[in-house]
Design a binder for this molecule. Structure first.
Ligand SMILES: [Fe+2]
Length: 495
């Protein structure tokens, strides 16, 4: 009897196990299989191409953060007809007053050690640029920092007077500082064979000097930086961002301060609710755009700033600092389609670096944006104004040759243990590439790798800093950087 009872009890336990426990175990095994299948599917996308490495890193951060913000997102965007708006954008003009030099030996030393800036002809270049701005009659002229050579007070004062002439002609001018503008210890004058320190400016003095060139017309100002917001028209706001770190001492790198971030969000929220397009402009870059200059170019807290701007569907961010011409859309996923939203970044070529170009941007009534860059026609201006200097009358040829010579000589000195005749080939190859890279002209990476000059670089200079820069310029130049057609973000899929 006792045996029968125990047998019945065992059968009962077995039945309970089959009915309740087995399905749970099966579900668990199924879940585990699903997870591992998902991981397996994601792996090939993450290693898609070697050139996507930087974007991939951003993607991981984006995905994590976007889940958080989706729940408290800003709601559906307002789709409204926009006021057509024309902008001219220039950057890194590094203005130097002719009163700061006698163009002697110290000045030549400055020229030869620079990145190819045509400082000698800056007064004429500036006049030619202004005549084009006046003829185009844009709704605003935007200058995205590094206004002066090295933050000299005299250069700031003279440059501000020149900008006021444009403003007085009816074209609003908006400026922000770059890392060369405030508390710069390199501020100097160049007479004879001596460079001497010159007076620089504080952040407060910068704001005073340029009060009429943005600050006095601001709708609001950030509490802890020289950033300000301008209401350009009914549907367009300019968000001029101070990305510099200048106090207590000047730094090359950039950041957006905590109070400025909060102020930005308030501005963006207000604009978003009313269907107003906000165009942010900063000196430092928003994205890791360059394989040549990998440090101190991108805003230190760029991921946070980028996430904020994208949360409010900002179409484009304008910057400078690199001195190269660059256009890039932020990809939230590798291989993302053109129908998916991501903020664009346009980096303006330094105005004083050949080909001495600036950008023209049209904000269309349908919310799309067109951009292209074009060189200043200095030769046309020189001829129309009776100039006789042959360098001005054939400015393109002169500046191309000037840039190549400066860079060629600099790179030539770094080539050690290379036979002289091969040094010439290598220096020419580098200077040719440098010229195209800064202008934003595309090159074929695979074709350039076949060239004799490149193979000499591999043979004699790999590894070296110079070779890394050369290879970086080739990789960065695979697409054209002189135009952009930016769709209205409202009409795009959210990533
Ligand atoms: Fe600069």
């Amino acid at each position: 009897m006792r045996k029968k009872f125990l047998l019945l009890l065992a059968l009962l336990f077995l039945l309970v196990g089959v009915i309740f426990v087995l399905p749970v175990v099966q579900d668990h095994i199924l879940d585990q299989t699903k997870e591992s299948a998902t991981e397996t599917m994601e792996t090939p996308t993450e290693t898609e191409t070697e050139t996507e490495t930087e974007t991939e890193t951003e993607t991981e951060t984006e995905t994590e953060e976007s889940t958080e913000t989706e729940t408290e997102g800003p709601g559906d965007p307002v789709d409204r007809e926009k006021v057509e708006t024309n902008l001219i954008i220039a950057s890194d003009m590094h203005y130097m007053s002719p009163s700061m030099t006698d163009y002697g030996a110290a000045f030549e030393q400055l020229e030869n050690s620079s990145d190819g800036k045509v400082i000698r002809y800056q007064p004429q270049l500036w006049q030619a640029f202004v005549s084009e701005v006046m003829a185009a009659d844009p709704d605003a002229l935007i200058l995205s920092g590094d206004l002066t050579l090295n933050g000299e007070k005299a250069n700031h004062q003279e440059f501000a007077e020149k900008l006021k002439e444009i403003k007085n002609a009816g074209i609003p001018v908006y400026v922000i500082p770059g890392n060369h503008d405030i508390n710069k210890p390199d501020a100097g004058t160049y007479f004879g064979d001596h460079r001497e320190d010159a007076e620089t400016v504080s952040a407060e003095e910068f704001r005073e000097i340029y009060a009429e060139l943005g600050y006095n017309d601001a709708k609001s100002e950030a509490p802890d930086s020289l950033s300000y917001l301008v209401e350009l028209n009914e549907t367009t706001w300019l968000m001029m961002l101070d990305t510099t770190v200048c106090e207590p001492e000047n730094k090359v790198y950039g950041e957006i301060k905590e109070g400025t971030l909060e102020w930005m969000e308030e501005c963006l929220k207000e604009a978003y609710a009313e269907g107003i397009t906000v165009i942010p402009v900063g000196h430092h870059n928003l994205q890791r755009l360059s394989r040549v200059y990998v440090e101190k170019c991108v805003i230190e807290n760029c991921d946070e700033v980028l996430e904020l701007l994208e949360r409010y569907l900002t179409p484009v961010y304008l910057s400078g600092h690199l001195h190269t011409q660059k256009v890039m859309k932020h990809l939230t996923e590798p291989g993302m389609g053109s129908d998916v939203y991501g903020i664009w970044e346009i980096v303006s070529n330094s105005l004083i670096l050949p080909p001495c170009q600036y950008g023209s941007m049209i904000l269309n009534t349908d919310g799309s944006i067109d951009y292209h860059s074009s060189p200043v026609d200095v030769a046309g201006w020189a001829s129309a104004n009776g100039e006789t200097d042959p360098n001005l009358l054939d400015f393109t040829a002169y500046t191309e040759s000037y840039l190549r010579t400066v860079i060629r000589n600099q790179i030539y000195r770094t080539l050690e243990d290379v036979p002289k005749e091969l040094k010439d080939v290598m220096a020419d190859f580098y200077a040719d590439l440098y010229q195209k890279y800064y202008a934003g002209v595309p090159v074929s990476y695979s074709e350039m790798k076949k060239e004799f000059g490149y193979n000499l670089w591999v043979r004699y200079m790999d590894p070296s800093t110079e070779f890394r820069q050369l290879d970086g310029m080739m990789r960065d130049s695979i697409s054209a950087n002189n135009h952009a057609e930016i769709p209205n973000p409202v009409h795009l899929k959210r990533p």
